[in-house]
Every structure is written in C-alpha cells, then in structure tokens.
Design a protein around this ligand. Structure first.
Ligand SMILES: *Cc1c(COP(=O)(O)O)cnc(C)c1O
Length: 338
C-alpha cells in the first residue's frame, strides 16, 4: 500500500525560482516534516537555488541540515544554556544561533568564542525574544550579525519593524518572518541602508500548489448493503461501495486541527467529538470517482475505510486517488519527483 506525494519537478522548481527572484535575500525555512517534501529534499533545493543560508526550526534538526546543505544554517529556536549547552554541533561555525538574553550569549561563547548570533526581538507574536528596549544593547554586546523579528500572520508589519529599527539603528541586517513582498519593498525603500532577509517556508515550497499532489492506492472495493456493519467499531454504513484506501493516521490523515476544517459545521463537529472521532461525520480528504466520500469510521493507522454512495462508479483495486491534505502535517510513504 502506498500514500505518495507526487511532484512535477520542473513545474515545482519553476515556482521556487519565481519566489527566489521576487524576494532577494530569501532565507528558505526547512523545518518539521520538511513541509511534506522532507527536509533533505528541501536542503538540496535550497542549494540548487543558490541560497547562502537556510533556517531550521530546532537544534534537533541541525545535524541533518549541516550534512545536507553546505551553507550557513540559522537555528530559529533560541539557544538556551540550560537546554543546548552540551550539543556537539555548537562547535560548527556554519551555525547562526538565535539569542534573547546575555546569559545565553555568554554560555554560547564559552563553547565557541566566534559563534555567530542573531538577536530575536519580542514582537506582537509574544513567542520569544528580547524586549525592544533591550535588543540594541544585547546586539552590541553580542556583536550580533543581525536582528530577527517573527511577525504574526497577516499584514501591517511595517510599523512594528520600523519601531525596532528606530530603537536599534546600527544593526544592518534584519531577518524577518511573515512579511509580504509588498511590505519588503516598502521597508527597502524606507530603510535603504538596511538589509532585509525574509525567512520563508510556506510561500516558497507551496509556491505552485498545482505542481504536486498526494495520491493513495485503492486497496479494495466491495458493494455493501445499507446497514452492513464494518470496521473496528462495527458501525452500520449507508449502502454503496466500501472503498479501502491506503493512508491513515500515521500519514496524518484526518489529524488536522478543527480550525483548518472547511466549514463551520465540520469545525463544530470536530470540537465536540475530537478531531479523529469526528472523522466519520465529515467528508474524507480522498477524491474517489469525482466525489469526496465519507469515512466509514475514523482512519486506521495506515489505511482508511470510505463509503462511496449508491450511483457513484466504484474505482478499481490499484487505482490512485488524489488526497487533499495540509502538507505540513502529512507524512507520505514516499516523495516521487518526476
Ligand atoms: C516556521 C517559521 C517561519 C516560516 O514560516 P512559513 O509560514 O512556513 O513561511 C519563519 N520564521 C519563524 C520564526 C518560524 O518559526
């Protein structure tokens, strides 16, 4: 059985090339499940794109990134003396660390005197960072190579970034997250002496949404009479065909959070029943014979039972059916680039 992310390589890469051309200084973000493509594949793409620096989410992702990418690796989680001081990779001079306190800077420099750091400012995201009034002193004391700002989703970030720049005018390089192309242009115009480096994942890797697709195999198809009980939970199904497809919880099927459910009704169901329990009440992400059939019951670990209504043409065993999923929570069996 297989649950595969198929990528039209030429088309996908053309999308990446476009984004890189539009966003000078881009720092590709490569973290988590590698946006569904896998982190190593994205590291190879970042090399092809000629990016001098990539950003990873955590120190746990550092060893693989250093092996798969030859340039600088910016770690976006803050370096914390209490957590990371013993990591062997701290000695690697290709790393750029994120710091928010002088205690952490001292610890880092105790391990490697020339360790490079960026200082993260505490923005309206309120995740982590040094308050705007402390960024300048910390950046100067740490001889930081830049300041990083992580902004909430949406727009309207220029004023917030401008406040930081006003407080820390001497820092040249600003790594910014979730800033639009238009906002970047405004910033470049307003602050011609500064360099802005957008850290981008989603808008880069998903630049051309039509260039990739998850497809699952049909493993079995059987007519079922209304009321037939199926599955672990022996629930009665509506009549039609029972279609067994590859793809289950281990691939991330039906694990999406309620806020990503399509309709208010499906969100409400997901909230009251729990996301997985709600699966049989909402449409599955599989497209079979032009419809999106319901789950017969919550997905199993590696396959799912779907009920194709009366009248719909059943697929054949071995057919591939498209699956609509959020790739940041998808774990495909394989990624095939053609
Ligand atoms: C994940 C992350 C990004 C990239 O986010 P996308 O929405 O995928 O572009 C940028 N900056 C920080 C700090 C992040 O954690």
């Amino acid at each position: 059985m297989s649950f595969v992310l198929h990528v039209d390589g030429e088309r996908w890469r053309a999308g990446l090339d476009r984004v890189v051309a539009e966003r000078p200084g881009i720092v590709p973000v490569i973290k988590g499940n590698g946006y569904g493509f896998g982190r190593n594949l994205l590291c190879a793409e970042a090399s092809r794109l000629g990016a001098p620096t990539i950003a990873v989410g955590t120190y746990a992702e550092v060893p693989e990134a250093l092996a798969a990418f030859g340039g600088d690796v910016l770690v976006m989680e803050p370096y914390r003396a209490a957590i990371h001081a013993g990591l062997p990779d701290l000695l690697n001079t290709r790393l750029v660390h994120t710091v928010t306190t002088s205690v952490d800077v001292e610890s880092l420099r105790g391990v490697l005197a020339e360790a490079r750091v960026v200082v993260e400012g505490l923005t309206s995201m309120n995740r982590f960072g040094a308050p705007v009034g402390e960024v300048g002193d910390l950046a100067a004391a740490a001889d930081a190579v830049g300041v990083t700002l992580h902004l909430p989703l949406g727009t309207g970030h220029v004023e917030e970034i401008a406040r930081f720049i006003a407080a820390v005018p001497r820092v040249q390089t600003w790594f910014v997250s979730h800033v639009s192309t238009r906002e970047l242009a405004t910033l470049a115009e307003r602050f011609p002496d500064h360099t802005f480096r957008p850290r981008i994942g989603t808008d880069l890797w998903y630049a051309d949404k039509g260039s990739y697709e998850v497809r699952a195999h049909v493993l079995d198809v059987r007519p079922v009479a209304k009321g037939t009980r199926v599955g672990y939970r022996q629930r009665p199904v509506a009549g039609g065909h029972l279609v067994v497809v590859s793809g289950g919880t281990s691939h991330g099927v039906a694990m999406e959070s309620p806020s990503s459910a399509a309709t208010l009704r499906s969100r409400a169901i997901a909230v009251t029943e729990g996301v997985l329990e709600a699966a049989h009440r909402v449409r599955s992400p599989f497209t079979v014979s032009g419809t999106t059939p319901r789950f017969a019951e919550p997905p199993h670990m590696q396959c799912s039972l779907l009920v194709l209504p009366e009248g719909a043409t059943p697929p054949r065993v071995g057919d591939e059916v498209p699956v609509r999923m959020r790739l940041t929570t998808t774990a495909p069996d394989a990624v095939v680039i053609s």
